[in-house]
Design a protein around this ligand. Structure first.
Ligand code: ATP
Ligand code: MG
Length: 206
C-alpha cells in the first residue's frame, strides 16, 4: 500500500436510472472487502452510448441516488459528472476526483459488464493508471474474457484489477424501467424510499 495516500476511497460510477440494490450491494461488498473508508456514488451526466433524451434527468437521478445512500455513513455522493455537462467518460471522473482528493487512493468499482467495455472507454490506459479497479461479478456476464478485452493493456495493469465475487443479484435498471412501464411491481428490488420518489414524480410510466 502506498503510505502517502492515507484514505482508500471507492468510486461507484453509474447511470443509476434508477439506483437499485445491485449497485448498493456491490458498493458495500467492495467497501468491506477492500477496507475502503468511503464509497462515493457518482451519477453519470450524459452516459456514452446513451442518448440524452433516453436518460432520466440528472436532477431525478441525483435525488434518487441521494435517497438510496442516505442511511449509510460509509456512502457519499458526488456531482462531478453531473456538473460537467458533457458526455461522461471515466477518465474525466477519475481526473476530477484525483484533483479533489489528492491524498486518497481511488478504487473504481464496476460490474462485470462495465469492465468488459473498458477498451471502448476514452483513454483506457490513463483510466487504468488513475485508480485500482474492483470488478464485481454480475449474473449474465463472465469475467473470463477480461484478458482478451483488455488486449495489450492486460499485462501492465492486471495487478490493479481485482475481481470480487458477490452474492448474485439479477437486478438491472433496465428491468426496473420495463416493469414500471408495464405497471408491474418493483418492490424489494430497490429501496422503498426510491420507489416512493419514483411514484411521486411519475417516473418511468408510459
Ligand atoms: P441499465 O440496465 O440501465 O444499464 P444497470 O442496472 O446496468 O442499468 P448502471 O447504472 O448501468 O446499472 O450500472 C452502474 C454500475 O453498477 C456498472 O458498473 C454495473 O456493471 C454495476 N451493476 C449494476 N447492476 C449490478 C448488479 N446487479 N450486480 C453487480 N453489478 C451491477
Ligand atoms: Mg448498465
Amino acid at each position: 500500500m502506498n503510505e502517502a495516500k492515507s484514505r482508500q476511497i471507492g468510486v461507484m460510477g453509474g447511470t443509476f436510472d434508477p439506483i437499485h440494490y445491485g449497485h448498493l450491494a456491490a458498493a458495500e461488498e467492495a467497501k468491506e472487502a477492500f477496507n475502503l473508508d468511503q464509497v462515493i456514488f457518482v451519477p453519470a451526466g450524459i452516459p456514452p452510448h446513451k442518448d440524452e433524451q433516453q436518460v432520466t434527468s440528472a436532477h431525478h437521478r441525483y435525488l434518487m441516488t441521494l435517497l438510496a445512500i442516505m442511511g449509510n455513513p460509509g456512502f457519499e455522493i458526488s456531482r462531478v459528472d453531473l456538473d460537467r455537462k458533457q458526455v461522461t467518460y471515466t477518465v474525466d471522473t477519475l481526473r476530477d476526483l484525483r484533483r479533489l482528493l489528492p491524498e486518497c487512493e481511488l478504487y473504481f468499482i464496476t460490474g462485470a459488464d462495465a469492465i468488459l467495455e473498458i477498451l471502448s472507454w476514452k483513454a483506457a490506459d490513463e483510466v487504468l493508471s488513475l485508480a485500482e479497479f474492483i470488478a464485481v461479478t454480475r449474473p449474465g456476464y463472465g469475467l473470463d474474457q477480461l484478458a482478451v478485452a483488455l488486449g495489450p493493456l492486460y499485462e501492465s495493469f492486471k495487478e490493479r484489477i481485482h475481481i470480487l465475487t458477490m452474492p448474485p443479484m439479477g437486478i438491472s435498471s433496465t428491468d426496473i424501467r420495463e416493469r414500471l412501464a408495464k405497471d408491474r411491481s418493483i418492490r424489494y428490488l430497490l429501496p422503498e424510499i426510491v420507489i416512493n420518489y419514483i411514484h411521486k414524480e411519475g417516473l418511468y410510466s408510459k
